[in-house]
Ligand binder design. Sequence first.
Ligand code: GLC
Length: 524
Amino acid sequence: MRQWWQSAVFYQIYPRSFKDSNGDGIGDLRGIIEKLDYFVWLGVDALWLSPIFKSPMVDFGYDVSDYTDIDPLFGTLDDFDELLAGAHHRGLKVILDLVPNHTSNQHPWFLESRSSRNNSKRNWYIWRDAKPDSSPPNNWLAYFGGAAWTWDEATGQYYMHNFAPEQPELNYRNPEVKAAVFDEIRFWLRRGLDGFRIDTVDRLMKDPEFRNNPPSNSWKPGDNPSHRLARVYSEKAEGIHRLVAEMGDVFREFDDRVSVGEIDYSTDPRYIASYAGSTEHPEVDLPFNFAPLMLTWDAGVIRRFVDEYDALLPEGGTNYVLGNHDQMRLASRFGEGFRMAAMMLLTLRGTAFIYQGEELGMTDGEVAPEQYRDPQGINLGLSRDPCRTPFHWEGDEKAGFTTGAPWLPVARNVATLNVEAEKDDPDSTLTLYRRLLAMRSAISALTIGGYRSFDAGDGVFAYVRRAEESAFAILLNFTAEMKSISLPQEIMGEIRLTTLLDREGKSVQNHLTLRPYEGAIIEL
Ligand code: GLC
């Protein structure tokens, strides 16, 4: 049976930066409630909210101190219920962000665990003795800088953390931890939530022998210093697939829910597909596919990846991600090619994820080092703040986002790139997204049709999406040059949409010219 999420378009909201309703400079749930009609107007199917649970906000909610309550910065459980009901009323699904790999160091579980070596929750986290010379138990490194181990003076042991010291890792080899986290999932699914995006799901299991990680051969200057070591033992260790399958089963206790797993930013289609599991042992419904963010942005390279990946998950699970709250924005990454990238995202087979603001063509904001809030920026200079600057509702200096002082500076190009300015402009990026989304949901070839690529010359990625009643060809020029393309015989028809929104209705036969970075959708 086809599930709603197999072809859905998810819109990722980064709540801190979406819409502030109370003037404290930080976005909140009532702000999202105010804007629910926007999502319907835009044409997406589902919302994913980055973390809103109670948190000291060291990593902006990816450090949870209570999995069953909303942080007061964002609102209350009542606000959440209202948001969910309002979304459902409009036909929108809602998923939240679950962060099961680690808690905040302020979570009651950790407070107990660190209170004494004999505490019943001691073994809920990963505690190890120091080496004889007092150094950490092994060489594992944290993503946010320094060792993945922090010394606890009071109890005389180290605890493990892949991220900040304020994010201690849970011990999933302890069945009590599993049971407790699975109950947190049920709490929200019973409340009517449509699913979760699960943070760093392939990191939940560590090597039971805590062996040293080997050096990496792909690290280069400028990369995160912790990537000097390949994370062979500190994550993805023995038992991980069984655990992810068990977690997936919790979702399958309910009807129509979805589990989306954040896994490594891998370019290996088999690795990505492996977290969908098999028909007998399903794991997560949608293992995030970040490959197009990692691969060389070249038509041939992307085509080879998509051909292989698309064939791997015939039962559903195929998905594409081009941006999120951790990555450079599309328009900053791809320059002029970002509209063509959006056309690709929304016309490939499977589920698509749009990060807030991409539909406006927002670029990374200008955040000076002294304004950094992201711990990875503060510690290592590799700040994720520029992609988290406030959403542009209007063109004023506060972007219509807040009446107070925004928690991160508003990007300089707000005057031209904003909802007000773009919504009625026939050439805007926002109009392009709306047109793409409307076509995608109205035309079954684009929603559920099959995918097959074809040759259209160097620098062009071309494919057909075909369902019983219709077929469409999509041609994407990945280069800064004009491309004059001789088309295979069966590719003839009428242009329905181009990234420049200016050639609809033109008929195409034998030949098509694409301008630099232009994409076109042709009805066959
Ligand atoms: C994920 C999140 C990122 C967070 C990290 C630790 O990668 O996307 O924002 O910092 O996990 O939870």
